[in-house]
Write a new protein. Structure first.
Length: 209
């Protein structure tokens, strides 16, 4: 899919507004320019940002029940995927998005983007391991292996929560290598952008964890 195809999909299938599309365009151009100086995303994906990064992130909206006062946290957001894309979409609802990123360089880029796009529903935070986490939904993409994500869920997050994890072809293998016990339930759904990739949809169903 080229840029025009992705934008059409975002409008017709995911209900992105014209204003949000304009902000995505600005974000894209700023990212391309910034990547010349800093390695924010792989250079091999520069020409396919709309498909490889923006649409890949935006597809999570198909699996969310959005509402005002909803809190979404993106663990290891990098250059803003998927959390910043969700924040751009969610301005009109609005829900709150926390972007966790340990790299000072990437946090500086995220700060720049949030000011440039006037994203008032977005908060940029440091390393996920530095404090207890609390959100309704946690998302991540190219973050950690599933066993480490599960460890974070068990040890760092308070209360019931949902995870939406963008994973590659090893998603099912990684799940089988851990013990979810009775505190979790999950299902796998196919990615829109890669036939071999999956989205792990996991719920913590124990309030005490």
């Amino acid at each position: 899919m080229n840029k025009a195809d992705v934008i059409l999909f975002l409008r017709e299938k995911l209900n992105f507004s014209n204003k949000s599309i304009e902000k995505l365009d600005i974000f894209h151009d700023t990212l391309v320019k910034a990547n010349l100086k800093h390695n924010l995303i792989a250079k091999s994906t520069i020409k396919s940002i709309w498909f490889r990064h923006i649409l890949d992130s935006a597809q999570l909206l198909k699996h969310m029940k959005l509402a005002q006062n909803l809190i979404i946290s993106d663990l290891g957001t990098g250059a803003g995927f998927p959390g910043l894309i969700l924040a751009i979409y969610g301005e009109s609802i609005p829900f709150h998005v926390k972007l966790y990123e340990k790299s000072p360089v990437k946090r500086a880029f995220l700060d720049e983007i949030c000011v440039l796009l006037n994203l008032k529903n977005t908060e940029i935070l440091d390393n996920v391991y530095k404090s207890k986490l609390k959100s309704d939904i946690f998302v991540c993409r190219a973050f950690k292996k599933f066993d480490e994500i599960l460890k974070i869920s068990r040890e760092n997050i308070k209360g019931k929560h949902k995870f939406l994890i963008l994973k590659g072809k090893n998603a099912e293998k990684e799940i089988k290598e851990v013990s979810l016990k009775i505190n979790y339930r999950y299902r796998l759904v196919k990615s829109l952008t890669d036939t071999e990739s999956k989205i792990i949809m996991m719920d913590n169903i124990n309030n005490d964890i």
